[in-house]
Design a protein around this ligand. Structure first.
Ligand SMILES: [Zn+2]
Ligand SMILES: [Zn+2]
Length: 136
């Protein structure tokens, strides 16, 4: 028996067999596609994140695209392009995920959000102290 379902990426209707549906659900979350991700860079990236072993990935494609198109959380750089987490919980859900530019992602490295903010504060304080002789 066939069922009409919407493609996660372009909203095209796709006919799928029930058995195919449950199989694809098991393989990559609840994402059903018409195959259009081949020509859609963000859709491809989305599927890559979703399929990364051990990745706790709960964003919808819409949320994913919005985050990718938002300015960097730390420096407000217009083009972010990466996703970062703002708590120690290793899960990409909307309350926990922020957009990051390349240089902020590199600077953050393995640090947690709190460690990174602590590090940034330390740099700002040190530089100000050296530049302006401020005692903080
Ligand atoms: Zn599609
Ligand atoms: Zn940044």
């Amino acid at each position: 028996m066939k069922k009409k379902v919407k493609c996660e990426f372009c909203s095209n209707l796709v006919s799928k067999h029930y058995s195919a549906l449950s199989r694809s659900k098991k393989r990559h979350g609840s994402v059903i596609t018409c195959g259009c991700e081949k020509n859609n860079r963000l859709a491809k990236e989305f599927l890559t994140e979703l399929r990364k072993p051990g990745n706790q990935f709960y964003l919808s494609f819409k949320q994913f695209v919005e985050l990718k198109n938002s300015p960097c959380y730390y420096c407000s750089d217009a083009v972010s392009g990466n996703l970062g987490l703002i708590t120690d919980i290793r899960g990409f859900f909307i309350e926990n995920t922020v957009p990051l530019c390349n240089s902020c992602m590199l600077s953050e490295g393995d640090k947690t959000h709190d460690e990174f903010v602590e590090y940034l504060n330390r740099i700002t304080e040190n530089v100000n102290r050296k530049k302006f002789g401020l005692s903080l």
